[in-house]
Design a protein around this ligand. Structure first.
Ligand SMILES: [Cu+2]
Length: 128
């Protein structure tokens, strides 16, 4: 009888320990995600087309793209990212484009006339 009660208590303690571990991990993960709420990238233009720096972003995390008006000129200031329904014309004082990547893979950027082709890559979030 005494042994049975002892076992029951041990099982309860074990269950509590497991629950605490799971809770702690979840809290740590959400803390990490909150710290990274926006991915900042730069959009420039070279002799080949659009260039995104850094060229890789993570799926599901909002991207804030700042367009460099010194290299992105004329019709190239209408930036089209079809994959994420982006079509935005930037100008002085309004140089940021915001979107959240919803799928992975190579993503194409073009101007409103389908020129200046460049690309960046979206990857899955790193596993914890
Ligand atoms: Cu164009």
């Amino acid at each position: 009888m005494r042994i049975r009660m002892l076992r029951g208590r041990m099982a309860l303690t074990l269950a509590l320990a497991v629950l605490c571990t799971i809770g702690g991990t979840a809290a740590a993960q959400s803390g990490k995600q909150q710290a990274k709420t926006v991915q900042n990238v730069k959009l420039t233009f070279d002799d080949k087309g659009y260039v995104v720096t850094p060229s890789t972003v993570v799926k599901g995390v909002p991207v804030r793209m700042t367009v460099d008006l010194d290299t992105v000129k004329g019709c190239m200031r209408t930036v089209v990212i079809d994959a994420f329904n982006v079509k935005q014309t930037v100008k002085a004082g309004a140089t940021t484009i915001e979107f959240t990547p919803t799928k992975t893979g190579p993503i194409q950027i073009v101007c409103g006339m389908n020129m200046g082709k460049g690309q960046f890559t979206v990857v899955e979030p790193a596993k914890q």
